[in-house]
Design a binder for this molecule. Structure first.
Ligand SMILES: NC(=O)c1ccc[n+]([C@@H]2O[C@H](COP(=O)([O-])OP(=O)(O)OC[C@H]3O[C@@H](n4cnc5c(N)ncnc54)[C@H](OP(=O)(O)O)[C@@H]3O)[C@@H](O)[C@H]2O)c1
Length: 356
């Protein structure tokens, strides 16, 4: 996975160069005043430059080189990056404005500007309603959308994907640089390529429903020869949908069992915690809010502290206390084993569905 060099523009215009595994997360830490002494008094910051490096060592060396540049040269670097971004971002088309397509379209409009986003849907009224709310453009049909776009996100159900890809093939024949990005669960790049019958780059993204509020966990995969530029463009277009991680295609089914199906494992847990709260005397609405906020905060603590969840659990359990009594009750009902089996069952079903 790439390690990044970034430049932040602070509220007073000064430029700060740093390195990070996840720039957006790092920028959020700066914006909480905890990134660096230098940015603390110059908030808020905005990421104006990103460059992927093969590893942390390379990123640190590149950071040092950028820090040696004059302000004028740094501004030139940023301008060239923004120029490239503008040109490779030019027009992203989204085919299918349903639940997931709609969520990604909203994120793309925020990330690259609604004027760069063209959408189509089988029933035009649905696309028009979305365009009215986020300011993007509705194309006359799928072909018209693709004619203008550099990146084409295929957001239809897997069972209609073959028809859509074959419909687009004639127009893509004259546009070999147009990149296809499928979000369909289970459909392999090899299958999409067979339907397309053309060498256009194809990537796959697996989002989850929290992407609709910018808190998704998305996986991105490509082929052995997928260009870095294409990965980076898709990461930028989807950056407002949540965290985007690159994985290999053979990890997609496992990723999707954890992060794609996972929300449906967590919701019953939140509901059950709230039921418990009601049972011991809390009003339903409060119990639900407390349970959901607790899950949100606990997840954030795992990610931000970098501590093992077992350690965080140990830190909450005092000897002979109430928390360890609750943990023991969960263990008695094989809570962790149930979660492991849920992921395993979802994984096997993903593999099965992918064979159809
Ligand atoms: N929902 C999730 O949690 C999730 C997670 C990961 C991946 N995905 C993937 O996301 C994709 C979309 O799922 P979804 O849940 O968003 O489904 P959805 O709500 O049914 O959306 C699919 C959309 O595609 C449109 N459509 C169908 N045929 C079309 C065509 N020929 N041309 C243009 N538009 C067409 C449909 O239009 P109409 O309005 O006319 O029906 C509908 O709006 C699927 O491949 C799924 O595997 C979904």
């Amino acid at each position: 996975m790439a390690y990044w060099v970034y430049i932040l523009r602070c509220a007073d215009g000064t430029l700060y160069t740093g390195t990070a595994a996840d720039i957006d997360k790092r920028a959020a830490v700066h914006n909480r005043g905890k990134g660096a002494k230098y940015t603390r008094s110059r908030l808020p910051v905005e990421v104006v430059y990103r460059e992927a490096c093969p590893d942390k060592g390379a990123a640190l060396r590149r950071e040092y080189a950028i820090k040696q540049l004059s302000r004028r040269d740094k501004l030139a670097l940023i301008a060239s990056y923004e120029g490239k971004l503008g040109s490779h971002m030019k027009k992203s088309a989204f085919i299918g404005t349903g639940n997931m397509g709609g969520a990604l379209i909203q994120a793309a409009c925020q990330a690259i500007g609604a004027d760069q986003v063209i959408i189509t849907n089988r029933s035009t009224a649905k696309a028009q309603a979305l365009a009215d709310s986020c300011g993007c453009t509705v194309a006359a049909d799928n072909i018209a959308a693709v004619q203008e776009a550099k990146y084409v996100f295929l957001c239809v159900k897997p069972q209609v994907m073959e028809g859509v890809v074959k419909e687009l093939a004639p127009v893509l024949q004259g546009k070999p640089d147009t990149v296809l990005v499928s979000i369909a669960a289970g459909l392999q790049i090899a299958t999409l390529r067979q339907w397309l019958g053309l060498p256009n780059p194809i990537l796959r993204v697996m989002p989850n429903t929290p992407a609709s509020i910018g808190m998704g966990m998305l996986a991105l995969t490509g082929e052995a020869d997928t260009k870095e530029e294409h990965y980076q463009a898709v990461e930028t277009i989807l950056s407002k949908a949540g965290r985007v991680d690159r994985i290999t295609e053979n990890q997609m089914d496992a990723f999707s069992a954890v992060a794609g199906c996972g929300p449906a494992f967590v919701y019953p847990f939140i509901e059950a915690l709230a039921d418990g709260g009601v049972k011991v005397g809390l009003p339903r609405k409060q119990a639900m809010a407390y349970a959901a906020q607790m899950v949100l905060g606990s997840a954030a603590l795992v990610l931000e502290s970098g501590k093992h969840p077992g350690q965080l659990k140990d830190e909450v359990c005092s000897p002979g206390g109430s928390t360890i009594a609750g943990v023991a009750a969960l263990e008695a009902h094989a809570f962790r084993s149930a979660a492991i089996e849920a992921v395993e069952a979802a994984y096997h079903r993903n593999v099965e569905l992918g064979k159809v």
